[in-house]
Design a protein. Structure first.
Length: 99
């Protein structure tokens, strides 16, 4: 359990967790639900209610790794950094380049 002192350092002046804490929480909480380690957090945005993050996850590992199937999940966090929802928004090959 976090102490009050640690908890204060994770929150901005407005009671919302800071950017780095939100990013870490999005990745860690999604990993716990999916039982897969996130590859990266590709987007993080503040909202009126908290944060939204896009987290990239390897769904199917292939050899070579450029053929692995990736998924992008949109994660919603409340102002305290707790996951309140997620959805898969995209699947793609790791080697695929956006145009």
């Amino acid at each position: 359990m976090a102490t009050t002192e640690n908890n204060k350092s994770d929150h901005g002046g407005n009671g919302r967790v800071d950017v780095s804490t939100a990013m870490r929480n999005a990745a860690e909480q999604l990993a716990a639900l999916l039982q897969r380690e996130p590859d990266s957090v590709s987007s993080l945005n503040a909202t009126d209610d908290g944060w939204t993050a896009d987290v990239e996850v390897v769904e199917i590992e292939k050899i070579p790794d450029t053929m692995s199937v990736m998924a992008s999940y949109r994660v919603r966090l409340d102002g305290q950094g707790q996951l309140v929802g997620y959805e898969r928004i995209r699947r793609y090959s790791r080697g695929q380049v956006d145009r």
